[in-house]
Design a protein around this ligand. Structure first.
Ligand SMILES: Nc1ncnc2c1ncn2[C@@H]1O[C@H](COP(=O)(O)OP(=O)(O)OP(=O)(O)O)[C@@H](O)[C@H]1O
Length: 549
């Protein structure tokens, strides 16, 4: 089973052990029920406004809309709100939002004005907790599930202190062209995520202030980025570790006076691949805070003491350790909770309530980290098929669920390309996204997928982290993920910001025990399903199981 063997297993400690976990009879856990569902019946809108600009010129599915037997579909209707931004199609469960307003969080009026203009009306829970904590100058680790709005949770307090929308104004701040030092550095593990964060900054800053933020991602022309730094003198840079450290080493990026260092997807940035570049960044961006001079910022001396913000949906203990050594008295923020990291024992992983446990950290750090990263609105299924029928099963899955925007994860580029070819041969609009494509190719594909021109994006781990496509209503694992952390990040590409989302793992009979182990590790039910005669049929429903420890 080569797809399951990855060097990344070493990063996160525990891996899926194929021999340790015996094959367990499915029937032992199931309560048998058969019903047919579409994504609409699972809580999605069924009409074609879901993808506003979508132009699916495909062969019609055999049975486009599936009848849902009354009482079988588990539709949980709750008060819904609309998403901010141009796509307003999928319903959002309002329970993700906080009772407080952005104003109550202490954000400056100009920033609130911009938020309102862009349609951001209410903060999410993690934003309502993180924003005031960061504004009080604390070093923090932000951990909450995928799609819960962690980007704005750090972006808004930064823009409260840096750039033209900030609270306090001085003559030299905020305007591009006047300052020479960078005031905030945001590091992300992939170009796509880096560019996505830049777009989020640009959205809030507004068209007049775009030059306040500069992207420094790999794959793009470096001299053009250096030229933009020299000419525009941005106060915020967002980039990948390699490119940031390259430009910094060349003396073209001045970050010693930097006030904010954000490491997004920090657990991935801790991996061996990024070690050297991350070392340079940590050494050259501001200086580690001592805690002595905490208080309102303003003087240059105080600015040189950086505030460190670590962010991820999955926080293994290695991140807690890193937070301790890179910051002063850091706090862990989990949706509505704030916990002192110093109080977490180095010998134990953090559990669901944010406290440490005394068990062996290597045994279940990964499990705990993954459990907390899954949005509750996701539904998980798996379907058993033969290897040679996987693509056909995928096609039937997409049709049966009437999915509008699908991300398919595979582990190997060659097979990934074959899958796109086969899907296209069957009249489906699919595209590939992987590291072998150039930056332009990747950007174009992603753009087409986001605006609905491409219905099925076939990709690999590159897209598992951070990718935010609000309309994505289905994630399919056509190859199994390496472990529960990877499952969680892949799954998190759907069900963004309280929307409903469906995750289907298509596997061979011999791989079922791995799905069972994921189910136990993540403490989620993963029901068995089939796609017959254009219908999505849940053949055996799972009970939620206690997490493996
Ligand atoms: N308060 C809000 N109101 C409306 N939309 C919001 C709000 N906060 C964030 N969003 C939107 O929700 C989407 C998901 O946010 P974001 O990408 O920051 O999630 P995340 O928690 O970082 O996810 P991941 O862990 O997968 O990276 C984005 O499109 C963002 O613009």
């Amino acid at each position: 089973m080569p797809a399951l063997i990855s060097p990344r297993l070493l990063i996160f400690g525990e891996s899926l052990s194929f021999h340790k976990f015996p094959h367990v009879s499915r029937n032992a856990w199931f309560h048998r029920s058969v019903c047919s569902l579409s994504l609409a019946s699972l809580g999605f809108k069924n009409d074609h406004e879901t993808v506003e600009t979508g132009k699916f010129n495909e062969a019609k599915p055999l049975n486009p809309l599936t009848e849902v037997p009354k009482g079988k579909a588990k539709v949980v209707r709750s008060h819904v709100v609309k998403a901010a931004g141009p796509h307003r199609s999928l319903e959002i469960d309002s329970t993700i939002f906080n009772a407080k307003s952005f104003f109550e969080l202490g954000l400056p009026p100009l920033l609130i004005e911009r938020l309102e203009k862009e349609g951001f009306k209410t903060p999410t829970d993690v934003q309502a907790t993180a924003i005031p904590t960061i504004l009080k100058d604390h070093d923090v680790v932000i951990q909450s599930y995928t799609g819960s709005g962690k980007t704005l949770a750090y972006l808004l307090p930064i823009l409260s202190e840096v750039g033209p929308l900030k609270t306090r104004t001085t003559d030299d701040d905020g305007e591009p062209g006047k300052k020479t030092d960078i005031e905030a550095v945001i590091v992300a593990p992939s170009r796509e995520l880096g560019m996505q964060i830049v777009r989020e900054f640009e959205k809030i800053l507004g068209p007049a202030n775009k030059k306040v933020v500069q992207q420094l991602v790999g794959g793009a022309n470096r001299s053009r980025q250096e030229e933009a730094l020299r000419k525009n003198k941005p106060c915020i840079v967002v980039g990948t570790p390699g490119r940031i450290s390259e430009i910094s080493a060349a003396g073209k990026l001045h970050t010693h006076g930097c006030r904010f260092l954000v490491l997004d997807e920090v657990d991935q940035l801790l991996s061996f691949n990024f070690r050297e570049d991350m070392h340079r960044i940590l050494e050259h961006v501001g200086r580690k805070s001592s805690g002595d001079s905490r208080g309102p910022k303003g003087s240059l001396a105080k600015r040189a003491e950086r505030q460190t913000v670590l962010v991820s949906a999955t926080v293994p203990f290695s991140v807690i350790r890193a937070a301790r050594s890179w910051g002063h008295d850091p706090l862990l923020i989990q949706a509505k909770k704030v916990i002192s990291i110093e109080s977490i024992s180095p010998s134990g992983p953090i559990n669901l309530s944010g406290q440490s446990t005394s068990s062996d950290p290597s045994s279940n750090v990964q499990t705990q980290a993954a459990i907390q990263s899954l949005p509750p609105s996701l539904k998980h299924y798996y379907c058993v098929t033969k290897l040679q029928h996987k693509v056909d099963t995928l096609r039937r899955c997409v049709h049966a669920l009437d999915a509008k925007s699908v991300i398919v994860f595979m582990n190997h580029t060659k097979q990934l390309k074959d899958t796109v070819f086969k899907l296209e041969a069957r009249g489906m609009i699919a595209a590939e996204l992987h590291g072998d494509l150039g930056k332009l190719g990747r950007t174009t594909t992603l753009k087409k997928f986001k605006n609905g021109e491409v219905r099925i994006l076939v990709t690999n781990e590159l897209s598992a982290r951070g990718l935010d496509v609000a309309e994505c209503d289905l994630v399919v694992n056509l190859d199994l993920p390496t472990d529960s952390i990877h499952y969680a990040h892949r799954a998190g590409r759907t069900g963004r910001l309280g929307r409903k989302g469906t995750v289907v793992t298509i596997c061979e009979e011999s791989e079922v025990f791995v799905v069972k182990k994921l189910q136990r590790q993540l403490s989620i039910p993963i029901a068995t399903c089939e796609f017959t005669e254009g219908k999505f049929v849940i053949t055996e429903e799972e009970k939620a199981l206690p997490a493996l420890s």
